[in-house]
Design a protein around this ligand. Structure first.
Ligand code: COA
Length: 165
C-alpha cells in the first residue's frame, strides 16, 4: 500500500549527507565498491538540471530514507523519452512501510507529466523482495541481459562493478 506519510521530491543539495549514507548502504547491499569519482559524478549529475539524471528522495518524518536515480534517454522506436531506473534503495529500517512503492508511484506520475514513453528497470532474478514490489507495476519480460565490460585506454576508472558480480 502507498504510505501517504512518505513525501517524494527531487533530491536537493541539503540531502547530500543522507544520500551519501544511503548510497554507501546501497553499494554494500550489492557488495560492490565504485570509484569515488563515479560517486562524485553521480551526485553532481543529480544536482545538475541539464543532466539526463534524475534523483528523487523519499522523506519520512523529515528524514530522507530512500532514493531513486534514473537516466532519461531517447530511443529509436519512439520519439518519446524513455526512463531507465538505475538505482532504487530504501534504508533497511524504513522497509516494508511503502517507501519503495512511493518512489515508484512518483516516477510513474512524473513520467505521465513529462511524456515518457516508458519506464524500465532490471533486478536480479532472485531479488524476491524487490520483485514482489515490481510485480505490482509490470510483468517481467523474457529479455535476457548481456553485459560486456570494456576497458578504456583513455580512462581506466570507468569500470562498472556490476560487470564483476
Ligand atoms: C526493494 C526495496 C526498494 C523495497 O522498498 P520498501 O520500502 O521495503 O518497499 P515497500 O514498503 O513499498 O514494500 C514493497 C512490498 O514488499 C512487501 N514486503 C515488505 N517486507 C517484505 C519482505 N521482508 N519480504 C518480502 N516482501 C516484503 C511489502 O509488503 C510490499 O508489498 P505490498 O505492496 O503488498 O504491501 C527495498 O527492499 C530495498 O531497498 N532493497 C535493497 C535494494 C534493492 O533491492 N533495490 C532494488 C534493486 S533493483
Amino acid at each position: 500500500m502507498a504510505n501517504p506519510q512518505v513525501l517524494v521530491r527531487p533530491m536537493q543539495l541539503h540531502d547530500e549527507v543522507a544520500w551519501r549514507r544511503l548510497w554507501a548502504a546501497y553499494l554494500d547491499f550489492y557488495g560492490v565498491t565504485v570509484p569515488p569519482e563515479a560517486t562524485e559524478r553521480t551526485w553532481a549529475s543529480i544536482l545538475e538540471p541539464a543532466a539526463p539524471v534524475l534523483g528523487r528522495a523519499a522523506v519520512l518524518e523529515s528524514a530522507a530514507v530512500g532514493f531513486a536515480i534514473c537516466i532519461v534517454h531517447g530511443g529509436t522506436w519512439s520519439v518519446r523519452p524513455i526512463c531507465y531506473l538505475e538505482d532504487l534503495f530504501v534504508d533497511p529500517t524504513a522497509r516494508g512501510a511503502g517507501v519503495g512503492r512511493a518512489l515508484l508511484d512518483d516516477l510513474v506520475a512524473l513520467g505521465h507529466r513529462e511524456g515518457w514513453g516508458s519506464l524500465y528497470w532490471h533486478t536480479r532474478a532472485d531479488n524476491a523482495r524487490a520483485r514482489r514490489l515490481y510485480d505490482r507495476y509490470a510483468r517481467a519480460d523474457d529479455f535476457v541481459r548481456y553485459r560486456l565490460a570494456l576497458s578504456s585506454k583513455v580512462v581506466d576508472q570507468g569500470q562498472d562493478p556490476r560487470d564483476r558480480v
